[in-house]
Design a protein around this ligand. Structure first.
Ligand SMILES: Nc1ncnc2c1ncn2[C@@H]1O[C@H](COP(=O)(O)OP(=O)(O)OP(=O)(O)O)[C@@H](O)[C@H]1O
Ligand SMILES: N[C@@H](CCO)C(=O)O
Length: 293
């Protein structure tokens, strides 16, 4: 069997709704594939009981269809579904990289991102590539209709995952349909600041660049304890905090690796204040999917 480790990801980063994404050094899904006449899927690990094994409904199965690469697919979930950490995308990305190698398809990263985004369309209703792009390519990615740009960034991060479920499909329904000129100006300024910060590995600029007032406030209402966790993380020294992907995960940017422990503890106590159990990952920007033969 061919094995691929595909990382969790954090999409949006506040100002880059449906565009920005970051690969996380941990957690990750592990996807194993072998050739078969028809695609079958087995899922184990975090939240596996909630994940369909029907290939038409599982993101990895949709990728096998897109690449015309039928396979026996085993997925070991390191990333709980409906987390905001790109759970469905990690399986799609892992399957895309594994099946491309298994069938010697020679697809480019762009083609793999497109196939994996079709998997995302099945679960969330939109073929957004902001999670699958970093899970395949690694680093900080900018995913647009005309392709993906990426930069390897070094940044200490904490992701806190509260014990509540927010599906991407539901979280997309609360996103406002229009923005004001003032909101657009703020978002463009933040997105540019964040992108510069990623190129410079500058946590101050990245933290400031998370700020936006359209999508995140609307979604914060779905994440009980978000305000408390955000305040606690900023008090503990994070440079910026936002909802990870569609939530309920929350992302905090730290100045130094050694700050992560304090920020993680603060976020957990923030959620605890709101009576929500949570777990925190001390992580960093990581690489893309890795193939093991
Ligand atoms: N291989 C898979 N792994 C995880 N979830 C899957 C998979 N295939 C289908 N799903 C379905 O996708 C949904 C979870 O995806 P969703 O996009 O809501 O969460 P997420 O990927 O953790 O979050 P986000 O995209 O906001 O980071 C669940 O309904 C789950 O059953
Ligand atoms: N950009 C997507 C990421 C979640 O999969 C959203 O926020 O809805």
């Amino acid at each position: 069997m061919l094995t691929v480790r595909a990382p969790a990801t954090s999409a949006n980063l506040g100002s880059g709704f449906d565009v920005f994404g970051l690969a996380l050094s941990a957690p990750a899904d592990v996807v194993r594939v072998e050739k078969a006449a028809e695609t079958t899927i087995e899922v184990t690990g975090a939240g596996s009981q909630y994940i369909p094994t029907d290939p038409a409904k599982n993101t990895a199965g949709v990728v096998a269809r897109e690449l015309d690469a039928p396979a026996r697919i085993e997925i070991d979930k390191g990333v709980r579904p409906a987390s905001g950490l790109g759970s469905s995308a990690a399986s799609a990305a892992g399957a895309a990289v594994a099946l491309n190698a298994l069938y010697d398809r020679g697809c480019s990263d762009e083609e793999l991102v497109r196939a994996a985004a079709e998997g995302e369309a099945v679960v969330s209703g939109a073929a957004h590539a902001d999670n699958v792009a970093p899970s395949i390519v690694g680093g900080f990615t900018i995913a647009r209709a005309d392709g993906v740009t990426s930069v390897d960034a070094e940044l200490p991060l904490v992701v806190c995952l509260p014990d509540i479920v927010v599906s991407t499909r539901d979280a997309r329904e609360v996103v406002p349909g229009t923005v004001s000129m003032e909101e657009m100006v703020e978002t463009v300024g933040s997105a540019a600041t964040l992108t510069t910060g990623m190129h410079r590995n500058d946590p101050e600029l990245v933290g400031r660049g998370l700020q936006e007032s359209v999508v995140t406030p609307a979604r914060a209402a779905l994440v009980t304890g978000y305000d408390e966790a955000k305040r606690a993380a900023l008090d503990a020294g994070a440079t910026g905090v936002t909802i990870s992907g569609a939530g309920p995960g929350v992302l905090a940017v730290c100045r130094r690796p050694e700050d992560r422990r304090r920020v993680a503890a603060a976020m957990l106590s923030g959620f605890d204040e709101a009576d929500i159990d949570a777990r925190a990952y001390q992580t960093a920007v990581g690489g893309g999917a890795e193939l093991f033969r």
